[in-house]
Structure formats: C-alpha cells, structure tokens
Design a binder for this molecule. Sequence first.
Ligand SMILES: [Zn+2]
Length: 217
Amino acid sequence: MRIVLLGAPGAGKGTQCKRIVERYNLLHLSSGDILRKERAEGSELGKQAQGYMDQGALVPDELIVEMMAKAIDDAPDSGYVLDGFPRTVNQAAELDKALKAKDQSIDAVVNLVIDDGVITRRLTGRRSCPQCGAVYHIENMPPKVDNKCDKDGAELVHRSDDTVEVVQNRLKTYHDQTKPVIGYYQKTSSVFDVDADKAVDQVSNLIFDKLDSLAKA
Ligand SMILES: [Zn+2]
C-alpha cells in the first residue's frame, strides 16, 4: 500500500501514522525527518538543501521530492506512508512524475478532517513542563495543581508556537496550500475523509476500516 496521510496541524497525523505503519508493516516517511537525515549525513542532496536554508530560503519542491523519491526506494514491498507530504499541488505533481518513473502510484489518501475551532482549542490549550517535557492540556489533561507539573512542580509554559495567532497562521497556510492537494488526488486516487474529532482509538479504527477494504480489493 502506498498512502498519503494529510490533515491540518494538530489533527493527529503523527500518532495515526505510527499506528498505520505498525498495522500494515509500512515504512513511515516524513519529509521533515528525511530532510534532517540528509543534512546530518552530509549527502549531496542534504548539502544542496543546507545551501538554501543557510540563505534563509525555502528548500525547493524539486529537491524535497527528490529526497522523498530516494527514501521511497528503501520501502519494503508492503509499501509506505507519506506523513504530511506532499504539502502543495506542485509537490504532488512532482511526486507523481518521480513515482511514474518507478512504475508506482499513490493508492490512497487519508484525509484527517477536523474543525479549525477544535484544532485551535487543542493546540492553544497545551502547556508543557520546561524541566521534564511533560505535556498537559488546560481542558483535556490539566495538571493536579494549577499550572504546575505533576512530576516536579515546575511552572508550566505556553510554547510560542501554540499561541492563537501562530496556530491560526498555520491553519491558513494549510487551507491555502494543502487543501488543494486533496482535490488533486481526487482525480487519480482513492481519497478517504476521516473524522478526526474523536478519541485516538476511534480515529485509528475508522482509518483501518478504509484501508482494510483497500487491501482486500
Ligand atoms: Zn515536569
């Protein structure tokens, strides 16, 4: 199975990806991880990417797709999951070209659907402990003592990327750039919309139902 998992920031992509990978024995491919690995290894692609980053520029789509295409070659026959990639229609089109050269295509796109308001509450309610890294949520998982870590009593902090303004900006970028990717795939692959405003296990089961039917087909 060759799967793309999409969804807004905070929709739970990372968690669901891990579960999909375990159930179907797939390779988990995240563009962020692959970019970090190529740079750390100082590969030719990594050096090129570093050059753009040193200038404060975005790494071009072609380069990102080349890295992903290279990583895909290490996938087992059972397949892979692309985590939050492609992010733009241009990346999706470049990826299709690279896959075509390998005689492959994307079988299914899982789209985690969740309301912006729910995501904003999820992300802006997070508080973390600067000492041990424990994460709390003011509504869903509050600490026993207001704003203090249960484990070490440290004062909890609100990370700067969890503020309302930053979250809303990330959502806007997602709607502008990534939502059209779903329209792109609707023309060529099976796109499964999954309601992600549920408990983690329920969301996993919804995803498994769709992918099981695909695996059987
Ligand atoms: Zn702590």
